[in-house]
Design a binder for this molecule. Structure first.
Ligand code: ADP
Ligand code: ZN
Ligand code: MG
Length: 484
């Protein structure tokens, strides 16, 4: 037992998800990413005096949709509030957010990991507007000036806050991936962490194992990938344990992840923290949400990843682990189900996708929607293996060629003369050659060292360039060796 294990990490996440509306939350400006700076702006999102916000109904619907997918309660009334602070990218001097009456309360995510059920509670989810973006780099006078792009100002966000229910860096990263998969599956967020449309701050503390009280936490920012989230938490947990072990105290502060140095650095202590002087937004009415609207949105929810996982396990007899991976994205699950529908054995479809397909997607850095082989074509390839026309190992080469050329499995097999050889006469020629050139192994086999059998099978397969039908090769070889 290491001394670390007498401390338990406690983690809670605050997630900002951009809601996929076409226009901003309080004005009609476009939310499109990547436009020329300050072209998607108007008096409202620039905070000009006298301009009044009008709430985007679609943003509310998306927020409710997410809240319901996350098992939250959606109260009949919620209230927008001004969160006051001064920062150059915040033109009004306050952010319109929600405070003591958020859009949604409670909620949880429940999912199984290696058959154990994990349940992570949520505290709340609320609507707010994004700020602009300070540009510190990329201009000739960047060393002395900062520019501000307000295109992002007023983009709708849903902030989701978890209970401090996560117990390790890996568990936090896994949870965040599952949350992302849900938001994508219900179509309210694009999951793009590089462009900042999905962001996560992590609150972390450590406490003596077995203790109920929470330790002093640090809040980590600048975690713009799953890897950084996990690395920053690992670093921070070690740092805090180190402090406690040497009799020091953890300071309540905000820390930035420095991905180059691979560590977190203090940004501001909570004593310097803003007093946001929240008060209800006088320019917006109380947000009323009828029970009918909530139910309508609930009825329109699609199957969520966790439910789909359990359905795949039951319907196709898959291991939970495999189904978990297949349901990480809707498109991958669809690709699997479309393939499975066209082959005799769904497990074969799953194995192909978890093996060759995912390997290719990783190598090429592409999405499953860009696969050059569609489920019908993949199913045709699998069928050739199922019928014994080609061996499994030849099939992998055929798959590769299909990806590169777009040809069908049958065409690749025909062009390459790759069909499996089951013809006994042809195989016997190869077998007798192998036996003649391996008298040592043959002698050992006949003397009872039957382990050499596998070696001889390998030699025959090699001689047939992998095209020998393994079953036929096995049978014939045994017959030849045993002189029957
Ligand atoms: P704050 O008042 O600093 O905003 P909140 O109570 O609002 O803190 O919680 C913010 C986030 O921090 C939540 O995700 C919560 O689960 C998490 N959190 C709160 N206290 C702790 C703690 N002691 N250790 C780890 N995470 C915590
Ligand atoms: Zn605007
Ligand atoms: Mg808080």
């Amino acid at each position: 037992m290491t001394s670390d294990s007498i401390y338990e990490p406690v983690i809670g996440l605050e997630i900002h998800a951009q809601l996929l509306t076409e226009s901003k939350i309080f004005c009609g400006c476009s939310t499109a990413f990547g436009a020329r700076p300050n072209t998607h702006v108007c008096p409202v999102c620039l905070g000009l005096p006298g301009a009044l916000p009008v709430l985007n109904r679609k943003a509310v619907d998306f927020g409710i949709r997410a809240a319901l997918a996350l098992n939250c309660e959606v109260p009949a009334r919620s209230v927008f509030a001004r969160k006051n602070y001064f920062y150059p990218d915040l033109p009004k001097g306050y952010q319109i957010s929600q405070y003591d009456h958020p859009l949604a309360t409670g909620g949880h995510l429940e999912y199984s990991v290696r058959k154990a059920v994990r349940r992570i509670g949520l505290i709340r989810a609320h609507l707010e507007e994004d700020a602009g973006k300070s540009l510190h780099e990329g201009f000739p006078d960047s060393p002395t000036r900062t520019y501000v792009d307000f295109n992002r100002s007023g983009v709708p966000l849903l902030e989701i806050v978890t209970q401090p229910d996560l117990r390790s860096a890996a568990e936090a990263a896994d949870f965040f991936e599952r949350l992302r998969a849900i938001l994508l599956a219900i179509g309210v967020n694009d999951g793009n962490m590089e462009e900042g449309s999905l962001r996560c701050d992590a609150n972390v503390s450590v406490r003596p194992a077995g203790s109920e009280a929470l330790g002093t936490k640090a809040e980590l920012k600048n975690l713009n990938s799953f890897r950084y989230l996990q690395k920053a938490l690992e670093y921070e947990i070690d740092r805090q344990i180190g402090l406690l072990q040497s009799g020091e105290r953890v300071v309540h502060e905000t820390r930035l992840w420095d991905s180059v140095a691979g560590r977190t650095v203090a940004m501001r202590s909570k004593e310097e923290a803003h007093d946001y002087r929240y008060f209800p937004e006088p320019d917006l009415p109380v947000l009323e949400v009828t029970a009918e609207r909530v139910e309508e949105i609930r009825r329109a929810l699609p199957e969520l990843p966790e439910a789909r996982k359990h359905r795949l396990v039951a319907q196709y007899d898959l291991p939970e682990y495999d189904a978990d991976i297949l349901t990480q994205s809707v498109a991958l699950g669809d690709y699997f189900e479309a393939t499975a529908a066209r082959v005799r054995n769904a497990r074969a479809a799953s194995n192909w996708i978890l093996g060759e397909v995912l390997r290719r997607l990783k190598e090429t850095g592409t999405a499953v929607t860009e696969m050059p082989i569609d489920p019908t074509r993949l199913a045709e390839l699998i069928a050739l293996v199922e019928r014994g026309t080609i061996s499994g190992s030849v099939a992998k080469d055929v798959f590769q060629t299909m990806c590169e050329t777009g040809a069908t499995a049958e065409a690749v097999v025909a062009a390459g003369g790759l069909a499996q050889v089951s013809d006994e006469r042809a195989l016997l020629v190869a077998i007798r050659d192998v036996l003649a050139s391996n008298p040592g192994s043959v002698g050992q086999y006949r003397a009872g060292r039957t382990k050499t059998f596998g070696y001889l099978v390998g030699q025959v397969m090699k001689a047939t360039r992998g095209q020998g039908n393994p079953q036929v090769v096995n049978d014939l070889l045994r017959r030849e060796l045993e002189g029957k």
